[in-house]
Design a protein around this ligand. Structure first.
Ligand SMILES: N[C@H](CCC[C@H](N)C(=O)O)C(=O)O
Length: 275
């Protein structure tokens, strides 16, 4: 049992059961909040829960909640405890969590911060295919691509990616005059034998993560534009935490029918007391 608050005996302490998932190494705390037990309007608490030494640890934390007209609602916060834009790997993990809880079977329609999402999950419950929002705009920033796949992304082709100082180089771009105010996720991409190798500096984690779902989706779309590739495209992407796959249609203007596919695994569960 982890006690998070020094004034343990003075406050209204709630014992909360949590689950820890990872999707290609992007890791999250998930809480079944269908009974609205946890008031998550508390950035300091959420940041503490995501802290890898003083809390459970995670790149983000999300709450599965009831929502009229949908199987559930995904409410996602970055590790800094602040509300976030869409999390692709988090979306895949919450679908696996919904199946684990018996909320869904093999398909779902849930609501996230960027709107409704359809997803499919295998019978084994550990491989999820998540439909992402359509994308109709990619701009350039020097030789990088900038686009939003539910979260904002900067995509930069590079070489020597294995040895690159992603933390410092990513942080420098994320905090430059253009991006400092709103923030942006920085993706470095290098072609490999099967497709691409990608490393990402994530906004709101303010560090490199082992995978970024909206990030690899942004990379796959940007590389199709870069190669002038159109039609139905499948792009395998290797990340530090494993392998992800992106499928989509591109007509030269619009990216549609975009699916982010990959593993979503329950690592452990536990109880924690929060004030
Ligand atoms: N840090 C991102 C949100 C989470 C994205 C990432 N974990 C993913 O899988 O898409 C942002 O603030 O834009």
């Amino acid at each position: 049992m982890v006690i998070l608050n020094a004034e343990y005996y003075l406050k209204n302490i709630v014992k909360v059961h949590f689950y820890k998932y990872q999707g290609a190494g992007n890791d999250f705390i998930l809480i079944d909040n269908r009974k609205n037990i946890v008031n998550h309007n508390d950035p300091q608490l959420l940041e503490r829960l995501c802290d890898r030494r003083f809390g459970i640890g995670g790149d983000g934390i999300m709450f599965l909640q009831k929502k009229e007209g949908f199987d559930f609602e995904m409410v996602y916060y970055n590790a800094d405890g602040q509300p976030s834009s869409m999390c692709g790997n988090g979306g895949r993990c919450i679908v696996a969590f919904a199946k684990f809880l018996g909320v869904i079977d093999s398909e779902t329609e849930f609501l996230a911060v960027d709107g409704p999402h359809y997803a499919k999950i295998t019978a084994s419950g550990d491989w999820v295919s998540l439909q992402m929002i359509d994308v109709n705009s990619i701009t350039s920033d020097a030789d990088a691509y900038v686009l939003n796949t539910g979260s904002p992304h900067y995509v930069q082709l590079t070489d020597g990616l294995k040895d690159k100082d992603v933390y410092h180089e990513g942080s420098a771009i994320r905090n430059n005059d253009t991006y400092r105010a709103e923030g942006i996720n920085i993706n470095f991409v290098e072609p490999n034998d099967e497709g691409y190798f990608v490393r990402t500096f994530e906004r709101g984690v303010e560090d490199e993560t082992f995978a970024c779902g909206t990030g690899v989706t942004a990379v796959a779309l940007a590389m199709a534009k870069h190669q002038n590739q159109t039609g139905h495209i499948t792009t395998p992407i290797k990340v530090l935490g494993g392998d992800l796959n992106i499928r989509f249609n591109y007509d030269g203007e619009l990216f549609t029918n975009i699916f982010l596919e990959g593993p979503a695994v329950l690592v452990f569960e536990g109880d924690i007391e929060i004030a």
